[in-house]
Design a binder for this molecule. Structure first.
Ligand code: ATP
Length: 139
């Protein structure tokens, strides 16, 4: 099976670097699917779920905004934060969501509103990523 190198990088670390068969990334125009041999491209990504297939297994990554660069032989995802679903602390995300909801309730219309909305979006995406693991069929 044909593969390409996928690198998922944040300012803090390299979250993932390996050969994969398929990638689906959350672009503003909808989910962007990438197979080996895709045309070079630069696309902005929103907070959402990124999926890839490695050795036939699907993996899910929660990212909070960034960029996707498609090069002829490799793909780079530069994200503000990125966690593999397995790395996510669901309880922490639940608490972050609760905090963001109470901030939303008291934020008014100022800049705090956008900050709380972004925090809530990140937390809900992290929770969705953890739900994907729970739904994975067991071998
Ligand atoms: P919190 O309020 O729980 O810190 P946050 O949305 O403000 O959440 P971020 O600023 O997006 O957190 O991320 C800070 C760092 O913590 C990043 O390295 C990110 O990957 C990591 N991180 C955030 N939430 C979680 C989580 N629920 N599980 C694992 N890592 C997390």
């Amino acid at each position: 099976m044909k593969t390409f190198l996928l690198e998922i990088v944040t300012p803090e670390r390299v979250t993932f670097k390996d050969q994969v068969e398929f990638l689906a990334a959350p672009s503003y125009e909808g989910e962007l699917g990438v197979l080996p041999g895709h045309t070079p491209l630069l696309s902005e990504l929103k907070t959402g779920l990124l999926r890839f297939k490695k050795e036939g297994e699907q993996e899910t990554v929660a990212i909070s905004g960034g960029f996707l660069q498609i090069h002829p032989d490799h793909i780079v995802v530069l994200a503000e934060t990125a966690e593999l679903a397995e790395e996510i602390d669901a309880e922490r995300a639940r608490q972050a969501a609760e905090r963001a909801k109470s901030q939303l309730a008291s934020a008014g219309n100022g800049p705090d509103l956008a900050v709380a909305e972004a925090a809530l979006r990140r937390a809900l995406i992290r929770l969705r990523a953890t739900e994907r693991i729970q739904r994975k069929p067991r071998p």
